[in-house]
Design a protein around this ligand. Structure first.
Ligand code: FES
Ligand SMILES: [Fe+2]
Length: 331
């Protein structure tokens, strides 16, 4: 798109010539083989057994049910501490998420059994972690060595956070693959991305130069990288321009078969003096960030659902494998 004015910090000059794979129209650059290579690399990383549950602030003293990796869980806070356990009472199986918390103990709604943070028969809370932004649970996962803490990417020290959660009919890999295809940005989200170019691939990180539209004629231009710290997370980091150091962590948590929760934490930061004032007005600003996040993810969830649907069709033999993947400029 031409005619858009940008403001903000001056970016470094682009290399005079981009490598051959980063030239040509977006549909040629968005090479499915390259995207799959980056996805395979991400899928080979360790999860440490950790699953993002929701925003840390979404978990209160009132127990809530969550389905994660096929397990029904109850999540609550006991005197401020995050707790996660099976959502079935060890007595006769009542849903503990229908119960209450009294003096730090989870109380079963059927016969009043009180459960603390230790084992009760076969019932045992899972390891959990609250990183101040997101709540996590560690579950037994085949082929994964458990780690003491979730594997997080670097976060800014001071930030304004906004956390979005939505569900989609796909697998976590479809959510990650969507973000490993930045080339769809201007075509699929023209309301948000006014210009977007992949300008490099450094240390397995895709580097993009992107103009976020503020209005039809005005935008902010930044350089950002995309990388996966684990197989279920992709992080965008602003590395040059306005808001350098800001991150958007997108976590994809499997729920049940073909269902995934997209949990996205935007942690915005700035060196500008006015940013401290902005932090005081976080409550006013956050709904705008959330609205923009949700708008993009409604579209991207549809993209991820489509890739899932296509994979299912190929797996069932309803779609020939070789009917997709053409990014040849000849056609
Ligand atoms: S089912 Fe929970 S106390 Fe009986
Ligand atoms: Fe997108």
């Amino acid at each position: 798109m031409t005619g858009i004015r940008t403001f903000g910090r001056q970016l470094s000059d682009l290399p005079s010539q981009l490598p051959p794979e980063l030239r040509g129209p977006d549909w040629v650059q968005a090479n499915p083989v390259l995207i799959q290579k980056h996805l395979d690399r991400a899928l080979a990383l360790s999860t440490g057994g950790w699953f993002a549950i929701d925003a840390s602030a979404a978990i209160t003293g009132a127990p809530r049910p969550y389905l994660i990796a096929g397990r029904e869980l109850v999540v609550w806070r006991a005197e401020g501490a995050l707790r996660v356990a099976p959502d079935a009472c060890p007595h006769m199986g009542a849903r503990l998420s229908d119960g209450s918390v009294k003096a730090g103990r989870l109380v079963c709604p059927w016969h009043g059994l009180e459960l603390a943070d230790g084992k009760h028969g076969a019932w045992c809370p899972f390891e959990s972690h609250d990183d101040g932004v997101l709540a996590w649970v560690r579950l037994p996962e085949e082929g994964q060595d458990p780690t003491a803490r979730p594997i997080l990417s670097e976060r800014p020290e001071v930030f304004l956070d906004s956390i979005m959660r939505m569900e989609a009919r796909c697998e976590p890999r479809d959510v990650i693959a969507n973000r490993l295809d930045p080339w769809h940005g201007v075509h699929y989200h023209p309301h948000t991305f006014k210009r977007l170019r992949v300008i490099g691939i450094r240390d397995d990180r895709l580097v993009v130069r992107v103009v976020y539209g503020i209005s039809d004629r005005l935008g902010i231009e930044v350089d950002a990288t995309f990388h996966c710290p684990d197989p279920r997370t992709i992080t965008m980091t602003i590395v040059d321009g306005e808001g350098t150091g800001s991150v958007v962590e997108t976590h994809a948590t499997p729920l049940g078969a073909g269902r995934t929760a997209i949990i996205e934490a935007t942690l915005a930061t700035s060196e500008r003096t006015g940013f401290r004032r902005a932090l005081k007005a976080a409550g006013l600003i956050r709904p705008f960030i959330l609205k923009a996040q949700r708008r993009l993810w409604v579209e991207d969830a549809a993209y991820a659902e489509r890739t899932y649907e296509l994979r299912q069709s190929v797996n069932r033999g309803n779609l020939p494998q070789d009917s997709l993947g053409d990014s040849s400029p000849r056609s």
